[in-house]
Design a protein around this ligand. Structure first.
Ligand code: RNT
Ligand code: ZN
Length: 416
């Protein structure tokens, strides 16, 4: 049987439970996922940083990491060629591309330092999202936007303003809004004496950054909280309550990274609450293994549950990005597996008979609800997925991996 024939036959199976598979794949195609550039080089960036700081870690020594813009772009191309649908890329300020003798510090970054990225994105019809980089820098060794050192704090405020201008440049050039996501690593290893002042300084810093004029229809500013990081276990300045309130007051996006909460908290469960009070919510989908380890996203229960909430509440209301970095495996494969898994999770959600399930909840038929939810888990989603890949011109099942192996042999293995 061909992929199409298999698809046609499972279409009937889904029809019987009231699910339109054609509509599902049409919708899936329209959902962009912002693919983070930093999986390609273990969050190194192009400033010559020797190590990653800020309480995040990329572990592993798999060969072939991208060492410069050209390599990273080629790798992104390879990954995107194996991922169905049209997507976006997510950059960090540390990925500025300087000409000879042109390198400037982060408080002096300008749109021109991202011109090559814009050209790259234009040629491929990609949108760009952006992040100021508040880590891996000598001025970030203690604190950034919450620093008690006014010189340091104003350096980072300037960095935020630069990034706001660059984000607007991306949006203008590419004709698609740019999400500018602010995350800072500031915090304390042990019990602080004063929890208020650093947060007050962070609030003031953000106010200052956002005081410059920018087009809100082009730049969606998001703020990302975190419960703890390595070395800042006891207190993070940018906690969830801090940013949730700040975003609500200032009409910004609150960004939920599912690695940034206590392990039994569910980000899937938070989405509906956020969307009752804001038009949109932003996500970093990741996988935390025992801590915010940023493992590659799998087609697992957590991802599936997040995807269900995205579909139920309207995918246009959720700004979806991935955030993981694994240096222990082939990095192209990491991207492709993570992106495809996020899409599979969305497809899984799109193939659910939502009306039926909701009716069972509303009539309190919880026995039947559980039974049906469990039976649906073994429905033939794989045949729908393979067909989706086929009509979008990318290799299906594990076939794409041959391309990765070939690329590893021909390109990655030559990088030392
Ligand atoms: C860190 C945050 C943040 C970073 C990226 C590189 O815990 O999740 O989003 O991972 O900005
Ligand atoms: Zn994140």
């Amino acid at each position: 049987m061909t992929i199409k024939e298999r698809y046609e036959s499972v279409k009937e199976i889904y029809k019987r439970v009231g699910v339109d598979t054609d509509a599902a794949i049409e919708t899936l195609k329209q959902i962009p996922i912002s693919m983070h550039c930093w999986q390609g080089d273990d969050v190194s960036g192009f400033e010559g940083a020797s190590s990653l700081s800020g309480g995040i870690q990329a572990t592993g020594t798999y060969p072939g990491k991208a060492r410069n813009p050209e390599e990273l772009m080629t790798d992104i191309d390879k990954a995107l060629s194996l991922i169905p649908g049209g997507h976006r890329i997510n950059l960090h300020a540390s990925y500025a591309i300087f000409g000879e003798n042109e390198q400037v510090d982060r408080d002096k970054l300008e749109p021109k330092h991202f011109k090559k990225w814009v050209e790259f994105a234009k040629e491929r019809k990609l949108g760009i999202d952006f992040n100021p980089t508040y880590f891996s820098h000598t001025k970030a060794s203690n604190a950034t936007l919450s620093s008690e050192d006014e010189e340091i704090r104003s350096f980072w405020i300037e960095h935020g303003k630069c990034c706001l201008r660059i984000a607007e440049y991306f949006a203008t050039e590419l004709h698609t809004p740019c999400t500018l996501n602010i995350w800072i690593p500031d915090g304390f290893k042990d019990i602080p004496a004063d929890r208020m002042a650093p947060r007050a300084r962070l609030k003031d810093s953000l106010d200052q950054i956002l005081s410059i004029p920018y087009d809100k229809s082009k730049v969606y500013v998001a703020v990302e909280s975190k419960v703890f990081g390595i070395g800042v276990e006891s207190y993070t300045v940018g906690s969830h309550e801090f940013y949730m309130n700040y975003a609500a007051k200032k009409d910004l996006l609150c960004l939920l990274d599912n690695g940034h909460y206590h392990t039994t908290e569910s980000v899937a469960d938070k989405i509906s609450s956020m969307l009752l009070f804001s038009d949109k919510v932003a996500l970093h989908v990741t996988r935390s293994v025992r801590w915010d380890s940023d493992h590659v996203v799998l087609f697992d229960e957590e991802t599936k549950e997040i995807a269900k909430e995205i579909i139920r509440n309207g995918s246009d209301r959720v700004i979806l990005a991935l955030d993981f970095f694994d240096a222990s495996i082939n990095r192209i494969s990491a991207w492709v597996v993570g992106m495809r898994n996020m899409q599979k999770a969305l497809l899984n959600a799109l193939l659910l008979p939502e009306e039926k399930l909701t009716e069972l909840q509303n009539t309190r038929k919880f026995t039947e609800l559980m039974m049906l939810q469990e039976e649906l888990k073994l429905y033939p989603i794989g045949d729908v997925w393979n067909y989706f890949c086929e009509i979008n011109g990318v290799l299906q099942k594990e076939d794409w991996f041959k391309e990765v192996k070939k690329y590893e042999k021909e390109v990655l293995s030559k990088r030392n």
